[in-house]
Design a protein around this ligand. Structure first.
Ligand code: SF4
Length: 334
């Protein structure tokens, strides 16, 4: 078995505001293997995007800062890396695409200028080679007539085309890891399916590992090799996609999965929106002691208010979840 490409250990990110200090990431541990897709799942405010930003050292500071922990990329701890080294890593070794491409594409430059800039900066190509490289990248992400479209501006393209351009830019330098933060949320269902097909095909061709952040369990069923579920700044379940989708160990994950009519439903014309669990994620200012899910949990018991549950084995083979029910299996109603 190959060594992990990325290992995150006990990562803690703190925000300091006038209200005081609060942990937005609280002891996050996970790894990504070469060429695999890890899906990070959870509602808004659970820490998914914050985790991605922390990996790339892009936490807005102030008010945020990485308090402790390690982010080892090919053995190098990025938390300790210089800013110059981080500029090399970002875009070159670890790329990121966002939900709304218009916020990342510059409206006054052509598509070719923007992909070409990435190729010039990170791959050292001259202007002519970068232009040719841009056309080739557009072809690879399925944009028709790339020789013509390379000279167009972002506003001349549809939302789906712009997301393809973002993927082309992100993959131009053949990164080891592509972080995709809700990359299809703003797109209609048919285009979502096309983008996922494209990501899978490119991953297969180039061997890129993907960290896919999503709130959509349909996307998880379609894309994930492994799954990490987050809640209130902590990882509360991890395992292979099969383990987590078939035998979820945490009541929160169980709630997320109940929103899927049936596993493998991703080809449905109407993919269900994920979150229908009663209540909301508590604010980081209101966490207090104990399990952060307890106010929404149908199985909460007295211990849940007192102690934060550790990660406990669910069914073997690395499948773990943070729930006291797993320490008292006779009470587990999963
Ligand atoms: Fe529910 Fe308690 Fe498990 Fe938290 S630890 S998910 S409150 S049973």
């Amino acid at each position: 078995m190959s060594a992990p490409l990325l290992e995150v250990e006990d990562l803690r990110v703190e925000f300091r505001t006038r209200r005081g200090a609060a942990m937005v990431l609280n002891g996050v541990d996970f790894h990504i293997d070469p060429g695999e897709t890890l899906c990070v799942v959870g509602e808004s405010g659970c820490g998914k995007s914050m985790t991605a930003l922390a990996l790339l050292r892009l936490i807005p500071s102030p008010p945020g800062r990485i308090n402790s922990g390690q982010v080892r990329f090919q053995g190098e701890d990025l938390v300790q890396a210089s800013e110059a080294r981080m500029r090399e890593v970002r875009g070159n070794r670890i790329s990121m695409i966002f939900q709304e491409p218009m916020t990342s594409l510059n409206p006054v430059f052509t598509i070719g200028d923007q992909i070409g800039e990435s190729l010039r900066l990170h791959a050292g190509l001259d202007a002519k080679a970068a232009h040719q490289g841009s056309i080739e990248m557009l072809r690879q992400v399925g944009i028709p007539a790339p020789e013509r479209r390379v000279d167009e501006y972002p506003h001349q393209m549809s939302g789906g085309m712009r997301q393809r351009v973002m993927i082309a830019m992100a993959l131009a330098c053949r990164p080891d890891i592509l972080i995709a933060d809700e990359p299809t949320t703003a797109l209609d269902v048919t285009v979502q399916a096309q983008i996922f097909d494209l990501l899978r095909a490119l991953q297969h061709d180039k061997g890129t590992a993907i960290l896919l952040i999503t709130h959509d369990m349909g996307a998880v069923a379609e894309m994930a090799d492994r799954v990490m579920v987050m809640y209130a700044g902590r990882v509360i379940e991890q395992g292979t996609a099969e383990q987590v989708l078939r035998q979820p160990g945490h009541p929160y994950t169980q709630g997320l999965i109940e929103c899927l009519p049936e596993l493998g439903s991703s080809q449905q014309a109407e993919r269900p929106e994920l979150i229908e669990i009663a209540g909301v994620v508590p604010s980081i200012w209101e966490l207090g002691s104990g399990c952060a899910f307890r106010e929404r949990c149908p199985h909460a018991m007295e211990r849940c208010a007192r102690e934060v549950p550790p990660m406990i084995g669910v069914g073997g083979n690395g499948h773990t979840a943070a729930c006291w029910l797993l320490a008292e299996p006779e009470r587990n109603v999963a």
